[in-house]
Write a protein that binds this ligand. Structure first.
Ligand SMILES: NC(=O)c1ccc[n+]([C@@H]2O[C@H](COP(=O)([O-])OP(=O)(O)OC[C@H]3O[C@@H](n4cnc5c(N)ncnc54)[C@H](O)[C@@H]3O)[C@@H](O)[C@H]2O)c1
Length: 336
């Protein structure tokens, strides 16, 4: 794909996806302004690019209206990644506020100059739909409002509707991307970064890997470079405008198999036992529901965006394990 240089605004640039996307955009010769309030992201993630001539970092909160008032008006694309994720251990108010008011602020900014807007949504909006594989125009089946995880899905669904309503009422293009569990370098090193980062830490520390339920729930985890390829194509291609896309891989794996694969990949000295924790023993004190199967239909992304996840899970996990091992080693050395 040959594209001319674009000026791109990325919110959440210091987070996991944002920082990986930043490298891709700069490598392709684009100019990037990135916003992040560093609540979950870090300067380390963008350290390699912070002095790049085509990158400006703005440490601001997207909840504050002053943030958008101080931005340039000549962006070609806005890629809106800043958000809070599933409020597993509290923070539901922050999730709902950032993912509603924060997104609304960014859409208002897009509206001013009629700038193309790419929204980060999530596979979580499919909830417990039995219609496997999930298609973009399929039904979305969310559970009980007393289960905190659905606050995240609802907030992202609200974002999708808000973006589509802005497109219709104010006549500028939006694209909605439903990401399926991405992992890789720069992933957050806590539960926020997903099971890969938690399991790898257990393996590195020889502590027991906790698996919720019987471990038979499945996912199709996506290596970050493949996720970034989807975001990039959606931002560049006019054919994507007005559409919703699943951005994910097709290799379905149970959570138990994920833990076993990581144990196989790890060095001989790094191995961990696995313990199944029944859902009613998960000690958050809040009602819990899991998604038992999550598989995307990726044919629309292949057809229109021209992207297909290429990285085999074993290979992506090996790269991620090596990266996390080095990060933890460096942290230990720094602490001495
Ligand atoms: N990583 C995945 O597998 C995945 C899956 C589905 C959806 N998503 C969505 O993709 C986007 C990026 O996810 P990620 O994994 O990189 O998450 P992340 O938490 O690593 O990155 C989000 C970034 O947004 C920033 N941020 C949060 N609130 C902000 C605010 N009020 N103002 C400014 N910055 C703020 C955080 O500091 C962080 O750097 C999110 O919208 C997320 O919901 C990610």
């Amino acid at each position: 794909m040959i594209v001319t240089q674009k000026k791109i605004l990325v919110t959440g640039v210091a987070g996991f996806l944002g920082s990986n996307l930043l490298s891709k955009l700069l490598n392709e010769g684009h100019q990037v302004v990135g916003i992040d309030n560093l609540s979950m992201g870090s300067m380390k993630n963008i350290g390699d690019n912070i002095n790049h001539k085509n990158f400006d970092f703005v440490e601001k909160d997207i909840l504050e209206e002053s943030t958008i008032n101080e931005l340039d008006s000549d962006f070609d694309v806005i890629i809106h990644l800043a958000a809070f994720k599933i409020p597993r251990y509290g923070n539901a108010v922050a999730t709902l506020q950032i993912n509603s008011k924060g997104s609304e602020n960014m859409l208002e900014f897009a509206r001013r100059n009629k700038t193309k807007f790419v929204l980060a949504s999530t596979s979580d909006v499919y909830g417990m739909s039995p219609d496997i594989p999930f298609k973009e125009d399929g039904n979305l089946v969310l559970g009980d409002s007393k289960v905190p995880r659905w606050a995240y899905a609802v907030s992202k669904l609200f974002d999708e509707h808000l973006a589509l309503a802005y497109m219709e009422d104010y006549d500028f293009p939006v694209v909605m991307l439903r990401f399926f569990g991405s992992y890789g370098p720069h992933q957050h090193l806590s539960w926020w970064g997903g099971p890969q980062s938690v399991f790898i830490d257990c393996i590195l520390n020889n502590t027991t890997i906790p698996i919720h339920g019987d471990g038979q729930q499945t996912r199709t985890f996506t290596f970050v470079q493949d996720t970034v390829a989807g975001i990039y194509a959606a931002a560049m291609k006019p054919e994507a405008n007005g559409e919703i896309f699943n951005i994910g891989a097709n290799e379905e794996i149970t959570i138990l198999q994920l833990a076993e694969m990581l144990n196989e990949i790890a060095d001989e000295t790094d191995k961990a036992d696995i313990k199944l924790i029944p859902y009613d023993e998960i000690s958050t004190g809040r009602k819990y529901q899991d998604v038992m199967r999550r598989v995307p239909d990726t044919s629309k992304a292949e057809r229109i965006l021209g992207v297909k996840a290429k990285t085999l899970m074993r290979e992506g996990l090996r790269i991620t394990y090596e990266w996390q091992k080095e990060v933890r080693k460096a942290e230990k050395a720094e602490a001495l």
